[in-house]
Design a protein. Sequence first.
Length: 570
Amino acid sequence: MSQIGIENKMQLGQLLQARGIVTAEQVEKALAEQKEKGHRKLLGELLVDMGYCSENQIASALAEAYGVPYAQVGPKICDAKAFEILPREFLEEHIVLPLFRIHDTLTVAVSEPANVFLIDEIERISGCKVQVVCATTKDIKATLQTYLPAANVFVIDDIIDDEGLEDFTLIENITQDITDLEEIAGQSPVVKLVNYLLYNAVRENASDIHIEPGDKTLRVRYRVDGRMYEKMHPPHQMHPAIVSRIKIMAELDIAQRRLPQDGGIHVLVESRPIDLRVSIMPGSFGEKVVIRVIDPHRVLFNFESLGFTYDNLQLFKKVIHSPNGIVLVTGPTGSGKNTTLYAALADLNNEEVNICTVEDPVECNMANINQFQVSEKAGFKFSTALRSLLRQDPDIIMVGEIRDEETANIAVQAALTGHLVLSTLHTNDAPGAVTRLLDLGVAPYLVSASLIAVLAQRLVRKICPNCKNEYEPSASIRKMVEGSSGEKIKFYRGVGCKKCRNTGYAGRIAIHELFVPDEEIASMITERASLKEIKKVAFAKGMVPLQADGIEKVKAGIVSVEEVLRTAQV
């Protein structure tokens, strides 16, 4: 924390003393330390290092002294467009965080509210009036990392339009025997095609891009809302050049075509940073490419957007704020488990707790959370990382997945020794997590002592609001949904339109099954009761099954009954 503009060091000390944050004796000790050891650190930095106060307390005191607002800044309160106003180099050098612009006033967060020269320079470069907010250096840097892409970023906003696709025929005569793939991959039609595919994937909210070679064919498919659909069929002669272009962007070996390769690409789309995870696999007709699209702005970090019912949300929030224990999120691949865990971490995140994650890979960077990526090749497995992480003084631990006996037992021991552990498992329903942990070799009494909640979930496609129509289902479906209550409800489905690619669906929402063992169920787990018996007791105590949760969303007109029956079969 820098205090440029405070004319002598005692002014800050007196300010903190007046607030009751530090004592005169502590200030004197910090000053003596600074003088004795010739520290270049400022008084505020030394007070923080010596444990007398926090950066936030200093920032708050400085804000009050200079009559500016104090804020604990983070990605949620920033407008991405504000980052276009000031150069990247300037933001990083002076630790300035643009928050938002309203008319001709730009609001920025700085750690030096008294640095009038810096404020004047921001006004000169931006051409705006500047409103200053005081924040800690740590918070500003963490938020800048979220919005400023890495150095090897490709800006792909200069995209060809749909009518420009005929340009790709310019290199249709390329043969399979390409001697200089790097040169070909840099040619304009190839660059434009790859940019076009990436840009449209982001625009159409695709989660994955598949580039699939066949026998003298090449097709590109997108996965949108969990379903694949064909985007285009480029000339198959372009395949080697397309793959090479993607390899160059991902810094992979373009000469290696016989082994799988994985890498990452950072791109800017409409000034938004997008992360792409690239997987390349050799096949019968050439290398297949799959690109996972990770758009931080589409990741939902709040529970209210994830489809929780009121009762499930209140109960889940209660269990994740437990001081210790294991909370598991279960479901098949692609059911939104990590998104739910990220939302839980965002809800738990504050300066009073140390949150650490072990992931494979880190899918989304979160400010003020310590995230670690495992590397199987280097021997840095989940179990190894988790064991090391326990020496990092964590309060809350998120483990990407419990895959083996060693990881399961370490997670249980961590939960029993005062840590809150969040993780995922692959099970069909919530109570099934008990059986899975037992199968992994965890003793029944340890499972009952550590497991505080299991959330099973699935993603179901929402009805497209643009073509949503009421319809009459079959008598059997109406009877199943309405039950014996006699309640008459309206049924809806999408008929298909241009906006939803004639699917009738747009976007997805989660349905949940929340299992919270009480003392009776914990005793049953210890006694190795069957899964059927545990489920019977859980349902009797009010646990709502997946399909019933989905039916509630059918009654609300959010999803179709066919989609619920397809996704949550019982």
